[in-house]
Design a protein around this ligand. Structure first.
Ligand code: DGI
Ligand code: FE
Ligand code: FE
Length: 199
C-alpha cells in the first residue's frame, strides 16, 4: 500500500495553497467515487495516490516542463507543445514514477488525466472525473458535469453513467477550447470519439 500521508506531505511542498486545496479535494472526490464504484482497498489506495500526485508538476512553466521531460527521457510532440496545459500530465506521470516510485496504474491515470485516452481503465476514468467535478471547481462546465453525474443520470447503470459523463466533459472541454481559440490536443479528440463509439 502507498503511504498517503507521506505522499500528501511531499506534494504539499511543491504546490501553492490553491493547487493543494484542489489536490486534496480531488482525493476526497476520488474516495466518494471509490465507494460508489465499490473499489477494492488496493484500488482505492492507488486512486488516492493518483489524486495526490496528479498535478504535482502543474506549477512549472512551459520551459521547465520541457526540461523535465528531457531529463526523464520523454520526447514531447509538436501537439503536446502546442497545448501546453497538457504538459503537466506527462511530466507529472514521470515524476510520480521517478520521485515517488508509483506503480503503473497510478502513473497511467496521471498521464491521461488532462486529455484522456482511448480505452481508459476505471481508475483512469475516476481520476479524470474527480478532477473535473471536485467541489472547489466553480466553472459552469464543472457544475454541469457534476450535476449530470450526481443528479441527471442517477437512475442509469453506473458504467453507462460514468461513460456518458466523461463524454459530456470532453464535449464541453472541446467547445470551450474552440470558444477561446485555443488548439485542441488530438488526444482529446480521440478520447471523445472513442467514448462516442463505445458507450
Ligand atoms: O490541472 P487542472 O487544472 O486541475 O485540470 P486539467 O489537468 O484537466 O487541465 C485543465 C486545463 O487543460 C484547462 O485549461 C484546459 C486544458 N486542456 C484540456 N484539454 C486540452 C487542453 N488544452 C489544450 N490546448 N488542448 C486540449 O486538448
Ligand atoms: Fe491537471
Ligand atoms: Fe487537477
Amino acid at each position: 500500500m502507498i503511504n498517503l500521508t507521506e505522499t500528501e506531505a511531499r506534494v504539499a511542498q511543491r504546490l501553492d495553497e490553491y493547487r493543494m486545496a484542489h489536490t486534496r479535494s480531488v482525493k476526497d472526490e476520488c474516495m466518494r467515487l471509490a465507494a460508489l464504484f465499490s473499489l477494492s482497498e488496493k484500488d482505492t489506495n492507488l486512486l488516492a495516490a493518483a489524486a495526490l500526485l496528479h498535478d504535482s508538476t502543474k506549477a512549472l512553466q512551459i520551459a521547465e516542463q520541457a526540461t523535465l521531460a528531457q531529463i526523464f527521457g520523454i520526447e514531447l510532440t509538436r501537439d503536446d507543445l502546442d497545448s501546453p496545459a497538457t504538459l503537466h500530465a506527462i511530466t507529472g506521470a514521470a515524476m510520480a514514477r521517478v520521485d515517488f516510485d508509483a506503480p503503473v496504474a497510478v502513473t497511467a491515470a496521471i498521464a491521461c488525466h488532462t486529455t484522456g485516452k482511448e480505452n481508459m481503465t476505471l481508475l483512469d476514468k475516476l481520476l479524470f472525473l474527480a478532477d473535473y467535478i471536485e467541489p472547489t471547481r466553480k466553472f459552469e462546465d464543472c457544475i454541469r458535469v457534476r450535476r449530470y453525474f450526481y443528479e441527471d443520470t442517477v437512475d442509469q447503470p453506473l458504467e453507462k453513467r460514468l461513460n456518458a459523463t466523461l463524454l459530456l466533459a470532453f464535449d464541453l472541454t472541446i467547445s470551450g477550447l474552440i470558444e477561446e481559440g485555443r488548439p485542441i490536443h488530438p488526444q482529446t479528440i480521440k478520447s471523445r470519439n472513442f467514448l462516442l463509439k463505445n458507450s
